[in-house]
Design a protein around this ligand. Structure first.
Ligand code: MSK
Length: 655
C-alpha cells in the first residue's frame, strides 16, 4: 500500500504515492528518453499562455497570445479575445474527447452488428436481458421476435446513431424527465455523435462562433452526445457481448507480473480484442507452447482502461494505471505490451527498445514507430489473438534482467449500476430504495464520482487517495472508474474491510450490512455512463428531488490529463452534476469564460465546474456542496465534517 511520503527539504521530489513505482525509478535512470517525470521536469517551466488556455493557433495569422493585464496581448490579430479563444479550446477538447469515446463506441457497435449477423467468429450475445432493455430504449420491437433479429436491429440502430443527422439521439430518453426538458429548452439535444463533433470543429475555427456562451452550449451538446450516446452505447453493447460486470475479486500493481510466466500486458481502451486474448491465453495448446519456451505458463495483466474491462469480466489482474506504463516495461518481465487506442505514451516504444519487450499495436488508427503492428480483424478475432499470444511466447527467451517489485493489493471491482441495484435491494426486489433511504436518513451523506487519470503534475495517486479517504470518512459513498479506481485500489480502498478502517460510522454500517466496499469500481472511462445511469436511477427511485441536479452528489477528477476527461466533465455538468477538477485547468487565464463555467452555467444547467488543486480543500468543497443539496432537500440533519489533520493521515497510512 502507498506510503504517503511528505516531502522533506533536500530530498528528491517524490513522484508517486505508490512504492512500486518509486522502487522502479532506479531501473529507469539510464532510459534515453527518461520517464514521464523526467520529461516533465525538462519541459518545466511550461508556457503559461498554453497552460491558461491563452494561445491561439487556429489560423496562420497567429499564433496569438493573450494576457488581460497587458494591452499588447488584449486582442489576437483577428481581434479575438482571451475568452473566445479559451472557449474555443475548451470546446475542441470536448470534441476530441467525444470523438475518442465515440470512435471506440462505433467500433463496438460495428462488431456487435457483425456478431449479431453471425459474421464475427468468437463473439456472441452473453446478456440477453440487457439486449432487450436496450432494444426497448432504442424503440425496437421485441414481441416474440428472435433474439438474433432483435440484436441485428439494435446493432443497426446503434451504428446509425453515430451518423444520425436529426436527433435527438434516443438514449437521452433515459435521463430524468426534468433534465430532458432542460436540454430541449436550451436546444442542446444532440442530433448525432459525428454531427456534433463536426459542428464543434467548425464553430471553433477562425472567424466562426465568437460568443463563449454559444460555444459552451455547443460544447454541452457534443458532450451529451458522448455521455448519453457514444460512451453509453460502448458500455451497453460491451455488456451484451461480454456480460454485464458483477463484483469480482482482482489484484492490482506491478507485483501481479510473474517472473516465470510469459507476461502479456494489455494497454488501451477497447475490450474487443482483449476479450479474445483472455480466451486464447487459457488455451492448453498455447500454454504448452509457452512451456516449450521455458515458461511456466501465460500471465495476462492490464494497464489503463482495457485493464478495467478484463478485470471486471474475468478477474484479470491490473499491473497499474496510466503512469505505470513505462515502469512496467522497465521490470524486464513484460514479453509483449498490446496497445489498441488512447492513453498509450509514444515513449513506451523507446523504453521497450532498452528491454526485450515487444510493443504490438492492433488498431490501424494507432500505429507507433518501433512497434510491430498486428491488425485486429473482428471477423477472425481469435486468429488475431493467437498471433499476438504466439508473438509474446516467442519473445520470452529474449528476457534479460528481471526486477518485479513485490507490491500488490486485492480489490473488488464490477459494480455496474444493475449490480448496485441487486446488491442493495436483493435479487427479487432489486431497487435503489435502500440507497435512497440511507441517503435520506443520513447514514450515507451523499455520492461522489471520483474519476479520471494520473498526471505527472501531481504525485501519482496522492490526490485520489487523500480525496477519497476524506470523502468516505465523511460518509460519502464513492463511485469510481478509470485510473482513479486503480489508484484507490492500490491503497486497499476497494475492499469491504476498508469500510471499517476508513469510512464514517454511517457509511461503514451500510457497507458492512450489504458487504460492499465504501468505494465502488464501476469500470473504464466509457463506463462513466454507468454513473449517469446510477444517478438517474436514484432520481427515479424518488425522495431525492426530480433531477440529477437535486441529488447530494458531485463529481471530481483530481489528477486528470486527457481531453476525454473534459468531455466527461462537461456531460456531467450538462446533466446537472457539479464537477471539480484538480492539477490544472485550461481556462484560468480567461476571466470571462472561467466565470461562465464556474458560475454562469448554474442558471442554465443547474451545475458548474470548479478547480481545486489541493485534495483536502477539494474534499471540503465537495462535502459542502453535498450538504447544500441535503439542505435544499430538507434532509440536512447535522453532520459534522471530520477534518483530516496530519496526525490522522499518518495513523491511516501506518494502519
Ligand atoms: S485510461 S483517459 S488515463 S482514466 Fe481510460 Fe486512465 Fe484517463 Fe486514460
Amino acid at each position: 500500500m502507498a506510503e504517503n511520503k511528505e516531502e522533506k527539504p533536500g530530498e528528491p521530489k517524490a513522484v508517486s504515492a505508490d512504492p512500486a513505482v518509486n522502487e522502479m525509478l532506479c531501473d529507469c535512470k539510464e532510459l534515453p528518453a527518461g520517464t514521464v517525470w523526467d520529461r516533465l521536469a525538462k519541459q518545466t517551466p511550461q508556457c503559461t499562455f498554453g497552460l491558461d488556455g491563452l494561445c491561439c493557433r487556429h489560423c496562420a495569422m497567429g499564433p496569438c497570445r493573450f494576457d488581460a493585464k497587458r494591452d499588447k496581448f488584449k486582442y489576437g490579430v483577428c481581434g479575438v479575445t482571451a475568452d473566445t479563444v479559451a472557449a474555443r479550446h475548451f470546446v475542441r477538447m470536448i470534441a476530441a474527447g467525444t470523438a475518442a469515446h465515440s470512435d471506440h463506441g462505433r467500433g463496438v457497435a460495428e462488431t456487435f452488428l457483425a456478431a449479431a449477423k453471425g459474421e464475427a467468429k468468437g463473439f456472441e450475445i452473453k446478456d440477453e436481458q440487457k439486449l432487450l432493455q436496450i432494444a426497448m430504449d432504442l424503440g425496437i420491437e421485441i414481441g416474440s421476435r428472435d433474439t438474433k433479429d432483435i440484436a441485428i436491429d439494435v446493432g443497426t440502430c446503434a451504428v446509425a446513431i453515430f451518423g444520425s443527422q436529426h436527433g435527438p439521439i434516443p438514449l437521452l430518453k433515459r435521463a430524468p424527465l426534468k433534465r430532458q426538458a432542460i436540454w430541449k429548452e436550451l436546444g442542446i439535444e444532440p442530433r448525432g455523435v459525428d454531427r456534433e463533433v463536426v459542428e464543434s470543429m467548425h464553430r471553433t475555427t477562425m472567424g466562426v462562433d465568437q460568443d463563449p456562451l454559444n460555444l459552451i452550449m455547443q460544447g454541452s451538446r457534443t458532450a451529451l452526445a458522448d455521455g448519453w450516446g457514444g460512451s453509453m452505447l460502448a458500455t451497453e453493447l460491451q455488456d451484451v457481448l461480454f456480460g454485464t460486470p458483477q463484483p469480482i475479486l482482482g489484484r492490482v500493481n506491478l507485483g501481479v507480473l510473474e517472473k516465470d510466466k510469459v507476461n502479456i500486458l494489455i494497454h488501451g481502451h477497447e475490450p474487443l480484442l482483449s476479450e479474445m486474448i483472455v480466451v486464447v491465453a487459457q488455451d492448453p495448446s498455447m500454454v504448452a507452447k509457452a512451456k516449450a519456451k521455458g515458461a511456466q505458463g501465460i500471465n495476462l495483466a492490464g494497464i489503463c482502461c482495457t485493464a478495467n474491462e478484463i478485470l471486471m469480466r474475468h478477474g484479470v489482474p491490473i499491473a497499474g494505471n496510466f503512469l505505470h506504463q513505462e515502469v512496467a516495461i522497465a521490470t524486464g518481465a513484460v514479453d509483449a505490451m498490446i496497445a489498441d487506442v488512447q492513453c498509450v505514451m509514444e515513449a513506451v516504444a523507446r523504453t521497450a527498445g532498452c528491454f526485450h519487450t515487444k510493443i504490438i499495436t492492433t488498431n490501424y488508427r494507432a500505429k507507433m514507430n518501433g512497434a510491430v503492428h498486428i491488425q485486429f480483424d473482428e471477423h477472425d478475432a481469435i486468429g488475431t489473438a493467437r498471433q499476438i499470444v504466439e508473438a509474446a511466447i516467442e519473445n520470452f527467451p529474449n528476457r534479460k534482467q528481471v526486477h518485479i517489485p513485490n507490491v500488490q493489493c486485492d480489490l473488488i471491482a464490477g459494480f455496474s449500476h444493475e449490480t448496485i441495484n441487486y446488491l442493495l435491494g436483493g435479487l427479487f426486489r432489486a431497487a435503489y430504495k435502500p440507497l435512497n433511504d440511507n441517503i435520506i436518513n443520513g447514514r450515507i451523506r451523499g455520492l461522489a464520482g471520483v474519476v479520471g487519470c494520473n498526471t505527472p503534475k501531481v504525485v501519482q495517486d496522492s490526490a485520489h487517495i487523500k480525496l477519497v479517504k476524506e470523502l468516505i470518512a465523511n460518509d460519502v459513498l464513492v463511485l469510481q472508474t478509470g485510473c482513479a479506481a486503480q489508484a484507490c485500489a492500490k491503497e486497499g480502498l476497494l475492499l469491504p474491510e476498508a469500510a471499517a478502517k476508513h469510512a464514517g460510522k454511517g457509511l461503514a454500517e451500510v457497507c458492512e450490512a450489504v458487504g460492499i466496499p465504501p468505494v465502488l469500481h464501476m469500470g473504464s472511462c466509457v463506463d462513466n455512463s454507468r454513473i449517469l445511469m446510477a444517478a438517474t436511477a436514484v432520481v427515479k427511485e424518488g425522495g431525492l428531488g426530480d433531477d440529477i441536479t437535486d441529488l447530494p452528489a458531485i463529481g471530481a477528477a483530481p489528477e486528470w490529463m486527457s481531453e476525454k476527461a473534459i468531455a466527461i466533465g462537461q456531460y456531467f455538468v450538462a446533466s446537472g452534476a457539479r464537477v471539480i477538477f484538480g492539477a490544472t485547468f485550461p481556462v484560468l487565464g480567461a476571466p470571462g469564460f472561467k466565470d461562465l463555467l464556474f458560475k454562469g452555467l448554474e442558471k442554465t444547467m443547474g451545475a458548474v465546474w470548479d478547480f481545486e488543486p489541493d485534495p483536502s480543500i477539494m474534499a471540503r468543497k465537495m462535502i459542502e456542496a453535498i450538504d447544500k443539496k441535503r439542505a435544499a432537500l430538507g434532509i440536512d440533519k447535522s453532520k459534522e465534517r471530520v477534518l483530516y489533520d496530519m496526525a490522522m493521515r499518518r495513523e491511516l497510512d501506518a494502519g
